[in-house]
Write a protein that binds this ligand. Sequence first.
Ligand SMILES: *Cc1c(COP(=O)(O)O)cnc(C)c1O
Length: 436
Amino acid sequence: MTTTLQDCRALDAQDPLAPLRAHFSLPAGVIYLDGNSLGVLPKAAAARVADVVAREWGTDLIKSWNTASWFDLPQRLGNQLAPLIGAGQDEVVCTDSTSINLYKVLSAALNIAREDNPARKRIVSERSNFPTDLYIAEGLCKERGLELVLVEPEEIAAALTSDVAVLMLTHVNYRTGAMHDMAAITAAAHAQGILCVWDLAHSAGAVPVDLNGAGADFSIGCGYKYLNGGPGAPAFVWVNPRHTNRFWQPLSGWWGHAAPFAFTPDYTPAPGITRYLCGTQPIISLSALQCGLDVFTAAENLGGMAALRTKSLALTDLFIKLVEERCAGYGLGLATPRDHAQRGSQVCLTRDEGAGVNGQGSGAYAIVQALIARGVIGDFRKGDGGKGPHKDILRFGFTPLYIGFEDVWNAVEHLRQVLEVAEWQRPEFNQTHAVT
Ligand SMILES: *Cc1c(COP(=O)(O)O)cnc(C)c1O
């Protein structure tokens, strides 16, 4: 049966999570399907940041490290985030960027795996992992004389050989929205004595994650995507307690010291996850991130991550169905798995090389630009230009905290119109910008 606008409105009327939208400041006339790249502004953040600036900084000055509890904010936010990712209390800190935290945990994982068996000289990852993850791994391999081995998802199992130290994967793929089975892959790696580093950039706040349940070793993730922490928000790092105290992470700055205000000339790492801090923390940014986390705390009363996941799957199912019903015949394909167990909270559409203006490119970039001009904000991720298996991608993230079913209908209707009248072929939509 085909779906109508009325059906979508009825779904919104029955949605128990609908009240959460009121926590966000969404610009009028915008359907925001890019919360997987930069989450929207929680309404509380503007006032919170203003208060941190004017009162805590402006009036109370340095006293605020104690009086406003600035000092332990990374740990407090880590504890607030922990239930979303299946971490325990005092196992997570919010700090630094994802790239920097990856450097810390990958170093730790390599040290531990190679201390146990120096013959392990490889890091295995996915070729279509997010590039910064691959670049950090490449840098570490260069520094230590190790090898980075890149494989396709279906080749991971065979790549887990006895010379591998670490398997480094992103749980939900940024290009396709495909989700790995964390528990199964971690178990397969552990069976070969390999440690697992999981990047939760597209998972934290998007899908339920159970790091301890999966027995994962290390994990990192972003604060500014589904957690709505603001542009460049601090990221997070989790270490399985069985490893935390085994290694000084390499960025052994004073905030990771056991007694930073003892000012001793030598380094003694703090026990526990605090040693994963490096230097003085960005308090204003952490305060904004807290407002993003507060919405998840509010969502607890409405069913928490389980309810958010149910809605996320309903939104992405609906989007796929409507695109297939209403936008057929325009060369769009589906890159995201239909199987719920393998799907994150985004849907990625493909378009073939040669489908663009005058047979040039895929036209995917221009379609996204035309949608943005209509207020439907998704994004574009470049493929390999026909040289390999990766097509150009139109990417749409669905944040169940603030996206509704009617939004999905309207987004697909705009897409249909953009394709039907070939609006995307206009020259202004075919000029590339620095950030896509
Ligand atoms: C978004 C993203 C990052 C971003 O890293 P930054 O250090 O915040 O720039 C890293 N890894 C993955 C998998 C991502 O999706």
